[in-house]
Design a protein around this ligand. Sequence first.
Ligand code: SF4
Length: 351
Amino acid sequence: MHILLIRFSSMGDVVLQTATVNWLRSLYGNNIKLSFVTSQEFASLIDSHPGINNVITFNRRGGETWKHLIQKIDHLDNETPIDLIMDLHATLRSFRLRLNYWTTPALTIDKRRWERFLLTKLKGTFFKRLISQRVFGLEPQAQRIINDFESMFFDSYGVRRTKDFIHGPHLEMTSLGHLPEYKIDGKYIVLAPSASFAPKRWPVKSFVELAQKLLNSTNNKVVILAGPEDKFCEAFAEIKSERLLNLQGKTSLKESMSILAGAEVCIGNDSGMNHIAEAHGVPCLTIFGPTDPRFGFAPHGSKSKYVSKELWCKPCSTTGSKACFRDKVYCMQEITVGEVYETYVSMGVHS
Ligand code: SF4
């Protein structure tokens, strides 16, 4: 069987879908071929995943058109006909792609759009709590997708799988493949102060203060990981310590993944870096601002934790992309350095 998985973006979501890849492998072993369609900028996240046979990239920013993408998929389809499409994105873009293969059976994830929308529109913590208890829980999104698909899949003996697999080791859920090594001597903590949207970022001055506190209280190095555009990381220059390595803008995505894989712990915003660290089994501390752990993106490793304030206005959007409508970003600014540090200590990875 040949299955085509579609997830164009973003970083964290692509990583989380490796759980679906691992789950399919657990059902069918090597009896299936898995091809994964994603945007060019996220291909390096999954191109060394041992469970994925082909990564088909769409380089829209580089000028590739829809026709190019279809040609690439057609080429694979001619080699081994695609039996099933799993749309893990559920957007107009992925719908358009599925339309090109309308005779091929397709499954689409349920993103719980209405429930998430309702949670952002309801104001007041009482109603939010009521709806979230009934609808959300804290089930990881990666696991929920598997639960949804599970009822439709049978193992190679024709028996419906139980939920044993998804209760197995965390690494089986989202493990990424082998990565080239990027060695940093000794133990280190990664701080990931960036996020796709500004409101999702804990203030950089808080990250700087936290970095100093970690350097003072541990023998670990502190490594800053962020993209080339995250110039705000220059604020870390005020720390005069050889144990602080500010790698903002200096590493490729693959190198960042390799660094995250070797970290003692990763502390960051609700962003792709934390999902990558978790996929490598590294304990994570995630700081939630305008988004909400109830959406299913809380870290779920056994030692991982998160910090999130309960406010009447939060969550104010499903992705954290909307500008704050209050006089200041309370959801982030009310999270203190002491609170994040104490949560880190309580994770039991402090050394
Ligand atoms: S303080 Fe409230 S309105 Fe402002 S970004 Fe945070 S959740 Fe949204």
